[in-house]
Design a protein around this ligand. Structure first.
Ligand code: ADP
Ligand code: MG
Length: 140
């Protein structure tokens, strides 16, 4: 499998509980490299744009409010099959359904406050990385 990059976000529930390092350890222990990272406090417009694909979903308004409720850490993860590997490391959207040892099983508070975002395809990963990072900020 080829080396890929994927966009990850450590969400406000996790930054609030000071879990950035523990979440990052999960990525690194699984063989993903953090090749870009920054801490941001998203504006409403930024969160709405990032989650635009979910605009029609019932949870959209709450999701945006949650995502701007505190700082996030946005990051680019690199490694073999990084998109699928990160989804595995994260676990299912609903922590009640997430496999043991996954970030969401270990740390998530609820289906909404589920600690991490990860791109779901190579195509979306490229768009999501470009949303937050300039090429010069990514150091592989
Ligand atoms: P994932 O983050 O696993 O790719 P989705 O793309 O379906 O999941 O949803 C985006 C985010 O929206 C989720 O990570 C979660 O924070 C929130 N979300 C998803 N489904 C629900 C739901 N039923 N109720 C509340 N929030 C939800
Ligand atoms: Mg998704």
């Amino acid at each position: 499998m080829a080396t890929e990059r994927t966009l990850s976000i450590i969400k406000p529930d996790a930054t609030r509980r000071n879990l950035t390092g523990k979440v990052n350890a999960c990525f690194e222990e699984a063989g993903l490299r953090i090749v870009a990272q920054k801490r941001l406090h998203l504006t409403q417009a930024q969160a709405e744009a990032f989650y635009g694909v979910h605009r029609e979903r019932g949870f959209f308004k709450d999701l945006v409010a949650f995502m701007i409720s505190g700082p996030v850490v946005v990051q680019v993860l690199e490694g073999e099959g990084a998109v699928a590997k990160n989804r595995e490391i994260m676990g299912a959207t609903d922590p009640a359904k997430a496999a043991p040892g996954t970030i969401r099983k270990l740390f998530a508070e609820s289906i909404e406050a589920n600690s991490v975002h990860g791109s779901d395809s190579a195509e979306n990963a490229a768009a999501e990385i470009a949303f937050f990072f300039a090429g010069i900020e990514i150091v592989g």
